[in-house]
Structures are given as C-alpha cells and as structure tokens.
Design a protein around this ligand. Structure first.
Ligand code: NAI
Length: 294
C-alpha cells in the first residue's frame, strides 16, 4: 500500500482551487510547497489565505494555533526543482489539456519515480493527460470542489493507465483529510460535472432568451431548496474555468447539443468579467453588498 499520510506535497497553481488544496493539506500536517507560473501569485495567495484564516479565528471557527501551523506548513517556491522530495503533486492550473500535459511531462524530470501525480481537472480526460508520460500509471484525478476547505466530495478519477494502488492511495488520503471520496472512471465531466453542465446550460439558455435575470433565476432556485443558484455558482467557479470545462465536456461528448457552450459565457470571459475572482460577473462584488451586475 502506498503511504502518503506524512509526506511532503507540491501544489501547482495558486488560484482559487490550489490555495484551498494547500490549506487543507497544510491543516492536516503536511509540508506544502506552493508553485505558480505567474510571478508573485503564490505569495498573493498566501496573503489572502492569511486574511481568510484570521477571519475564521476572529469568528471562533479556527484556533489561533491551527492557523499558525497551517501557514507555517505552506512554503512558496519559485522553481519546480525546489520540491524534488515530494510524495505527491496536486496540479490545479488552467483547464487546458496541452498545458497540463506539458507540466506533467516536465514534472517527471523533477520528482521521484514513486511520486504520485494528481490533477484537479474538472473535465479533461485523465487518460489523455497521461498520454506521453513515462509513468502514466502514476497519474490520477483528484477532483476537489469549491470552496475546497468546505466541500466534502473528492472524485478520484482513474484513467485507462492509472495504477489502482495509486487511486486507492488518493482515496485513503482524501479520507484522512476528512473528505468523502468516490472512485470514478475518466469520462467527460466525471460524475458531478456531467450532471452540472446541463444545469448551467439551462440557466444560460434562459438568460439568452431573456426569460429572467440572473438574480431572479438564482432566487427561484434558492427558494426551491438549492443552496446556490446557477448564476452565483458560475461566478464562484470563475467564468474562464467554467467556459473551458463546458467546452471540454462538449467536445468530449462529440459535440452533443446538450453540452453546447453559451455565447453569454464567452462574452463574460472576453470582457474579463470572470466572477468573484475579478470582482464582477453576473454580480458586482466590488462593494460590501453584492449587487446584480448584468
Ligand atoms: P484559477 O484561475 O483560479 O487559478 C489557476 C492558477 O494556475 C493561476 O494562478 C495561474 O497563474 C496558474 N497557472 C496557469 N498555468 C500554469 C502553469 N503552466 N504552471 C503553473 N501555474 C499555472 O483556476 P482554478 O479555479 O483554481 O482552477 C484550477 C483547476 O481546478 C482547473 O483545472 C479547474 O478546472 C479545476 N477546478 C476548478 C473549480 C472551480 O470551482 N474553480 C472546481 C474544481 C476544479
């Protein structure tokens, strides 16, 4: 059995997901190296993580000791070669097959042969990312949900060449992180995103037809018992990521109409209205009170 419980971890991509993954790993006692291709992005992520942990401490939701340990366990690194001795890499970079492939091929030259390579991809085939790797059996999907510290589910995604022992090790590690893992095969969108895509698509279709506003759609869904409406959820995910996921699932399903991306998504991305992370999407997050944006 592959043992990961004490090992050092490298998280690549210090965006929404990478920062959350680094927090959860560090909180559970792992030494975490945090890398991002964009200069200073990992430092910025640690700065914003510090603020959010301070907020948790001030509201009595986290002990000051746990905050200190968590932050001490995260080390920003400037070069991938600064994290040679890790047992696990978790990649949370842009949702693009060629970029992920290139990164994992580079990683194989840096980390040990035993190191597990995990991708947080939302939709891209794990089998396809592994194509071209020297050790495709070491690659597995470890799909967290947003926000990572809160959401319990982790989809453990096996591609055609993933070693079952590798998938089992990720399953066990997820449990140790108090998550609820589920094994799944690498199919377009895996389990949750396959079902969630038509949910977003229907909302986007209604917006296109001007049936209702984002606020009205979200309010209706919440009144019907959903925790969040589709428009605020897309703002939380980030429209750039969400559009890439929709496009990838559409393509992987041989352009099945049910998964057609929306012009509205594309317009939001082209306009830089990426949702919460850019301050504006369907809603405007720039002021204290969130208000409808379009
Ligand atoms: P993000 O846009 O917030 O962060 C991505 C980070 O990766 C950025 O800081 C960027 O500078 C960095 N990056 C891009 N290319 C890189 C490279 N070649 N090497 C190193 N760093 C690089 O994106 P987010 O939302 O964190 O998504 C990351 C991954 O997680 C994607 O694959 C996405 O599909 C997946 N995911 C996203 C969820 C969400 O709700 N946003 C939920 C579950 C999975």
């Amino acid at each position: 059995m592959i043992e990961l419980s004490q090992g050092k971890i490298l998280v690549i991509g210090a965006g929404i997901m990478g920062t959350g993954i680094a927090q959860v790993a560090a909180q559970t006692g792992h030494q975490v190296a945090l890398f991002d291709a964009k200069e200073g992005a990992n430092l910025k992520a640690i700065e914003s993580l510090t603020k959010s942990l301070e907020n948790l401490v001030s509201r009595g939701k986290m002990s000051p000791e746990l905050m200190q340990t968590t932050l001490q366990n995260i080390r920003p690194i400037q070069e991938l070669s600064d994290a040679k001795d890790v047992v696990l890499v978790i990649e949370a970079i842009v949702e693009k097959l060629d970029v992920k492939r290139a990164l994992f091929q580079q990683l194989e030259t840096v980390v040990s042969e035993q190191c597990i390579l995990a991708t947080n991809t939302s939709s891209i085939s794990v089998t396809a990312i592994a194509n071209g790797l020297k050790r495709p059996q070491q690659l597995v999907g470890m799909h967290f949900f947003n926000p990572v510290p809160v959401m319990k589910l982790v989809e453990v995604v096996s591609g055609l060449q993933t070693d079952p022992e590798v998938a089992n090790a990720i399953f066990t590690l997820s449990q140790a992180w108090s998550k609820v893992p589920v094994h799944t095969k690498s199919t377009p969108g895996f389990i949750v995103n396959r079902i969630a895509r038509p949910f977003y698509a229907e909302a986007l279709g209604m917006l296109q037809e001007q049936v209702a506003s984002p606020f009205e759609i979200d309010s209706c869904l919440k009144s019907a018992g959903f925790k969040m409406g589709p428009c605020e959820l897309m703002d939380l995910i980030g429209h750039d990521t969400n559009f890439s996921v929709t496009s990838s699932v559409y393509e992987a399903n041989f352009y099945d109409k049910r998964f057609t991306p929306s012009l509205i998504q594309k317009e939001l991305v082209d306009g830089g209205l990426l949702g919460r992370k850019s301050g504006r999407g369907f809603y405007d997050y720039s002021a204290d009170a969130v208000k409808p944006s379009i």
